[in-house]
Design a protein around this ligand. Structure first.
Ligand SMILES: *[C@@H]1O[C@H](CO)[C@@H](O)[C@H](O)[C@H]1NC(C)=O
Ligand SMILES: *[C@@H]1O[C@H](CO)[C@@H](O)[C@H](O)[C@H]1NC(C)=O
Ligand SMILES: *[C@@H]1O[C@H](CO)[C@@H](O)[C@H](O)[C@H]1NC(C)=O
Ligand SMILES: *[C@@H]1O[C@H](CO)[C@@H](O)[C@H](O)[C@H]1NC(C)=O
Ligand SMILES: *[C@@H]1O[C@H](CO)[C@@H](O)[C@H](O)[C@H]1NC(C)=O
Ligand SMILES: [Zn+2]
Length: 499
């Protein structure tokens, strides 16, 4: 690469008057060879599909309303009607490496399926939110909500429960038909609602029978979106039964393992799922130390299921990684391998302790970086991430809804993609954003971040990256790539000659 660049530059120094168009072409070629997928050798069929894709993208860019420039809540319907989007839905995308446990499944399913089950109680809090609990006896009052009502009885008294169902639904997601700029004027407001929806969902999904069905449904939705592998960040909560008894974390992890196994048996072309154990970054050092101890234990009991460890919650208001350094260094000190997948740099607070998380994540030997939104402002972190192959998990829709960037053409990962930095695309909390699976984020990355230059090779590289930078063993990666390649070739041959 440097040699080639040197050659082009030496040609440049001889430039007189009008630049030579051949030099110009050489520079353009050089840049495009540096982007994500730029080194990929394409088959004839892939090249033909690329021609088709290019025309589709030109059409997309000529539209009066360009979806990546709009808020996702406004853009969603336009994206759904886009021919590029329907192609991306069918494309085998490999793995989704950054998805959270309780926003995998769209909220319609939660309302229509889960809240209609027997023994479901609802409680309206004094701050306009709701809580749910399944119980055989009727739950105890909570500090912020005094009265629990059996939903079955509430609905029985209504002639029409559509409005009730819609108000429940609005409580379980950030998505709104209102103007999103008015509904969520600041990061503080959107994060507060984020935490409220999380609490509203909690009682529904931590009920044992729902917990199993929810995860199975989540795998189904990703599978139907042509995702073959998942790494799920999971809090591993104490799951409860109807009589109020609870299970421990090992039970929860074992349930993930068993449901995954059942899902694989029913869908042999699904490769599998692994769990990244997560703890909220609001806890103190002693709680984190216990969590790390437990993570090491779980890792040795479930080595195939547990991929590693991470911290969740808003970085700007939680504790920085450095605060937890003693706890997070325990595995290395004991010679235990517990890979880290830290969220880091999901912030625009330049230069603060939180902004320091990126370098600290690398110091603590993270295997990937969640979001890394601030990475381009940290040349040393960026260089280390590239040299060590520590991939950045880019979640465009999430970053936009949580107000780090308005127009996705300005997302910093656009620069990372133009230089083939190790990146993977993921969807973070699709249900909270009114999205599903992985295709919406692929659309935003391909059309918004990638612009007109990104092409079929970029898509192919992004899909392959998602397996290459996964937590799978070398042998499993090879196996997964073979399976993926077969599906990719089929996808290309099925779509190349359609008009
Ligand atoms: C709810 O989902 C479960 C699991 O997928 C399914 O067995 C059941 O039939 C569904 N119930 C309703 C009412 O949709
Ligand atoms: C129930 O109410 C909704 C909106 O209030 C309305 O659209 C729907 O048609 C009603 N359904 C029935 C069966 O009356
Ligand atoms: C949540 O539900 C309550 C009760 O139905 C309702 O008053 C409130 O407006 C809902 N919240 C949102 C954000 O829609
Ligand atoms: C840490 O937090 C836990 C749970 O909130 C609490 O019980 C404990 O006292 C705290 N420890 C310290 C040292 O603050
Ligand atoms: C860094 O993490 C990788 C992957 O978990 C591991 O193989 C390696 O031993 C770790 N290195 C150190 C110094 O902890
Ligand atoms: Zn996340």
């Amino acid at each position: 690469m440097m040699l080639q660049l040197g050659l082009v530059l030496s040609l440049l120094t001889h430039a007189v008057s009008i630049p030579d168009p051949r030099q110009r072409e050489a520079l353009i070629q050089l840049e495009s060879s540096m982007q994500t997928g730029g080194q990929m050798v394409l088959t004839d069929a892939e090249q033909e599909l690329d021609v088709r894709l290019f025309k589709m993208k030109q059409g997309e860019m000529a539209r009066a309303a360009f979806p990546p420039a709009m808020h996702f809540f406004r853009a969603r319907d336009l994206i759904r009607r886009s021919p590029i989007f329907s192609l991306l839905q069918k494309m085998p995308k490999g793995g989704a490496l950054h998805v959270h446990d309780f926003s995998m499944v769209d909220v319609d399913w939660l309302v229509k399926n889960v809240t209609y089950r027997p023994h479901c109680y609802v409680c309206y809090t004094d701050d306009q939110s709701i809580r749910f609990l399944f119980s055989s006896r009727g739950p105890e009052p909570l500090p912020r909500c005094s009265t629990w009502i059996l939903l079955e009885e509430l609905r029985a008294k209504m002639i029409n429960s559509t409005d009730l169902d819609n108000s429940i639904k609005r409580n379980l997601t950030l998505f709104t038909e209102q103007d999103p700029e008015v509904a969520y004027p600041s990061q503080d407001v959107v994060w507060r609602r984020f935490e409220q929806t999380f609490l509203a969902v909690w009682g529904l999904v931590t009920y044992a029978p729902v917990f199993r069905d929810y995860y199975y449904e989540g795998l189904t939705q990703f599978y139907l979106d042509n995702v073959m592998y998942l790494e799920l960040r999971a809090l591993l909560p104490e799951v409860y039964e109807l009589d109020g008894s609870t299970h421990d974390r090992a039970w929860t992890l074992k349930t993930y393992r068993d449901v995954t196994k059942r899902f694989k048996a029913q869908h042999p072309d699904f490769f599998g799922a692994r769990i990244i154990f997560t703890v909220h970054r609001g806890v103190n050092l002693s709680v984190m130390t216990e969590a790390i101890e437990e993570a090491m234990k779980l890792q040795s009991s479930f080595p195939d299921t547990l991929a590693g460890f991470d911290l969740v919650g808003r970085e700007d208001s939680g504790r920085p990684l450095w605060y937890f350094r003693e706890a997070l260094s325990l595995p290395a000190e004991r010679g235990v391998e517990l890979p880290f997948f830290f969220h880091a740099g999901e912030t625009d607070l330049e230069g603060t302790d939180v902004d320091q998380n990126l370098l600290d994540a690398l110091l603590l030997n993270t295997s990937r970086i969640g979001h890394g939104f601030a990475l381009v402002r940290h040349p040393v972190a960026k260089d280390l991430s590239r040299k060590r192959g520590v991939a950045v998990e880019v979640c465009p829709v999430s970053n936009q809804v949580l107000k780090l960037v308005k127009d996705l053409r300005n997302h910093p990962a656009a620069a990372l993609m133009s230089e083939n930095h190790p990146v993977v695309i993921s969807s973070d909390d699709p249900a909270l954003f009114g999205a599903a699976g992985l295709s919406y984020d692929f659309y935003e990355a391909f059309v918004g971040l990638g612009g007109i230059k990104s092409n079929i090779a970029s898509l192919k590289q992004l899909a392959m990256n998602s397996l290459r930078y996964s937590s799978l063993s070398q042998r499993q990666k090879t196996e997964a790539l073979v399976l993926w390649q077969r599906r990719w070739d089929k996808f290309v041959s099925e779509h190349v000659y359609q008009s």
